[in-house]
Design a protein around this ligand. Structure first.
Ligand code: 2E7
Ligand code: F3S
Length: 353
């Protein structure tokens, strides 16, 4: 089965006008797969299809258990580090990005690599490299230990310090308070990040901002949609894995925006009876790494529990599609394999869930 996003079957129908009734589901649109996840997952699928050898993947290609389990069943071998990959073998780097050190280690082992780093993460890496070259102190707002943060910080470790939260702003020390810039992880809460930046700016009034938003379009759009739903929801269910930063943020944002309760679930099997006590309206969304089939399963289950009236709540339309990683396109060309996805990066195509 392909892990490509599905048509939003339950998404068709009346639009939400602010009114709610018993047994209602407010379904966030957009939700689920972003362009970077689609590209990364399809890259692994195509590699499995076209290479007659073991396809290794460093780290989870995206942070979703269902996706990773399916790709593993199809033959992908997931490893924590490149030193687990045999010399000369093929390895795919995950959507979250890698530090230059990982790239060097792969070169030392003569690995053939396909880089599925999201282009919007690469953009942040380039910003980090440029500001480091200009000798700025870079304050990277993000969660220490997350793969994306490790990759970005690894671009210029001597210039970058990670700021984990608004409270963490007090711990920052810089060489020159007039030469400081903030960058961020792509999947943070927009509001919490702005709070962190405000605190940093109190300390460093000339703090520079990233040249363009580092929190990506998909993260922002999913947060805007759930914020619209949350004030009317007794319960917000977010489909996503526990290690998926953007999914966990959606749950927090829902609560912050007025949802009476919110839970993250990997799948319908994790629903708990007690969550539904006194609930008339359920908000539903999913993280950027979540195939829509999991949301459809949830809607079927909600319908069986009396929540059959599904009202889509659309706050944005997404039609971004990234071309597959260059190394993969080249390899497929050599093999005469055609790929109708290979459109130039940033070209608009219909890719809505
Ligand atoms: C890559 C990047 O895989 P995810 O759940 O990752 P997060 O970063 O949210 O844990 O979601 C897709 C994705 C988001 N950001 C992939 Cl850098
Ligand atoms: Fe990229 Fe944002 Fe998705 S950084 S992988 S488009 S959540």
């Amino acid at each position: 089965m392909s892990l490509a996003p599905r048509d939003c079957r339950a998404g068709a129908g009346a639009s939400y006008d602010g009114g709610v009734s018993n047994g209602t589901v407010l379904l966030a649109e957009p939700r689920g797969y972003c362009a970077g996840v689609d590209r990364a997952v399809v890259a692994v699928e195509r590699a499995l299809e076209h290479f007659d050898e073991t396809v290794y993947v460093r780290h989870e290609i995206v942070h979703n258990k269902f996706v990773v389990d399916r790709l593993r069943e199809q033959g992908a071998v997931f490893v924590d580090e490149v030193d687990e990959v045999p010399e000369g073998a093929l390895v795919i780097f995950s959507a979250h990005g890698i530090s230059p050190k990982v790239r060097e280690m792969a070169e030392q082992r003569s690995l053939r690599t396909i880089d599925a780093t999201c282009p919007l993460v690469t953009k942040v890496h380039k910003e980090a490299v440029r500001f480091a070259r200009e000798d700025y102190d870079i304050l990277l707002v993000g969660h220490e230990g997350h793969e994306e943060v490790e990759g970005t910080a690894g671009e210029a470790p001597e210039h970058i310090q990670v700021v984990n939260s608004p409270d963490d702003a007090v711990n920052v020390t810089v060489r020159d308070p007039d030469k400081v810039v903030w960058l961020s992880q792509t999947t943070l809460s927009v509001d919490e990040t702005m709070e962190t930046v405000d605190r940093l700016r109190e300390r460093f009034p000339t703090l520079q901002a990233p040249p363009s938003d580092d929190i990506c379009y998909a993260t922002q759009n999913r947060q805007v949609a759930i914020k619209k739903i949350a004030p009317d929801a007794d319960l917000v269910l977010v489909v996503g894995s526990p290690n998926s930063s953007n999914s966990v943020r959606l749950m927090e944002v829902a609560l912050e925006a007025g949802a009476k309760s919110s839970h993250r679930i990997d799948s319908v099997a994790e629903l708990r009876e007690e969550w539904f006590e006194g609930v008339g309206t359920v908000g539903v969304t999913s993280g950027a790494s979540v195939p829509d089939v999991l949301v459809q399963d949830l809607l079927v289950e909600l319908s069986a529990r009396g929540f059959g009236d599904v009202k889509p709540v659309r706050t944005a339309t997404e039609d971004l599609m990234f071309s597959l990683p260059r190394e993969l396109r080249q390899e497929m060309k050599v093999r005469g394999a055609s790929d109708d996805r290979t459109k130039p990066t940033g070209e608009r195509a219909t890719a809505e869930s």
